[in-house]
Design a protein around this ligand. Structure first.
Ligand code: GUN
Length: 263
């Protein structure tokens, strides 16, 4: 099944669940920056909400909002019973600390899964796990390699794979090229999230039955590129675009449903 097919099917399931709810889940999106990328992400999230039957409110705040003003706005949403979950669209303008904002969002409403005490996983690793399950990829006892150690993808990805008893290795910018090649050659599952277009290419050897999940997304004048070149000699490789980005978008609403269902 392609990711597009999986996402379409899962969206229909979620829509049916929400259709059966008396009170529709409500998400609020707080946006300060209006750069092209943020506008595109927000537009995608609102479109998904509309398709799923989720009530979505977009709260646009001025770009010169102070940190104090944003934190008190967040506090208001934390205490607003009509809002089930909310996100503050990143990146934020310079005058505001993203770390402070992540800590200010109540873990009970943190659909991004950014708060250290959040019970919810960040959307990208969660979406990747959902996809591996949908594809029946064996995880237990398998060699899972996570390339990249960011707080939003690499680290939580490693934890989720470990929770399902994979043999997890995390490699990063300080890993030697020899070790990198050795780990790649032995990996059954590779999740690559370093933002280097075409990093995984034919200079490496791969297991024939490996699954490569490509989280990278880089843009140049020729279009969008993943961290892996297309068509590596493996069993399964997620495309860019039309791959993990769709899983991340869906996971936001999986998290929202988890919040509503655990109330
Ligand atoms: N900016 C880019 N992706 C994301 C995301 O998943 N959540 C938030 N809050 N901001 C983003």
């Amino acid at each position: 099944m392609t990711i597009k097919e999986y996402v379409k099917q899962r969206k229909e399931e979620i829509k049916t669940l929400i259709d059966g709810m008396e009170r529709k889940p409500h998400i609020t999106i707080v946006q300060l920056n209006e750069d092209a990328a943020s506008n595109a992400y927000v537009k995608g999230k609102l479109k998904d909400a509309d398709e799923l039957g989720v009530v979505a409110t977009l709260e646009k705040l001025p770009i010169d909002t102070s940190e104090e003003e944003l934190l008190s706005f967040i506090e208001k949403l934390n205490n607003d019973d009509s809002v089930d979950g909310f996100i503050v669209q990143m990146p934020l303008p310079k005058q505001i600390s993203e770390e402070k904002v992540k800590l200010a969002v109540s873990p009970k409403k943190d659909v991004d899964g950014f708060h250290p005490l959040s019970q919810l996983a960040p959307c990208t690793p969660k979406g990747v796990m959902n996809y591996l399950h949908a594809e029946n990829v064996q995880i237990q006892g398998k060699n899972a390699l996570v390339i990249g150690r960011s707080n939003i993808v690499g680290r939580p990805m490693a934890k989720l794979l470990l929770n399902e008893s994979a043999n997890v290795t995390v490699v990063h910018s300080k890993t030697s090229p020899e070790d990198m090649a050795r780990f790649i050659e032995n990996a059954d599952i590779i999740v690559v999230a370093i933002g280097k277009a075409g990093f995984l290419d034919n200079r490496f050897k791969y297991k024939k039955d490996a699954t490569i999940v490509d989280v990278g997304i880089s843009r140049d004048e020729t279009g969008l590129h993943g961290d892996a070149i297309p068509d590596l000699p493996v069993l399964r490789q997620t495309p860019v675009p039309g791959g993990v980005g769709l899983l991340t978008r869906l996971a936001l609403y999986e998290n929202l449903l988890d919040i509503v269902n655990n109330k």
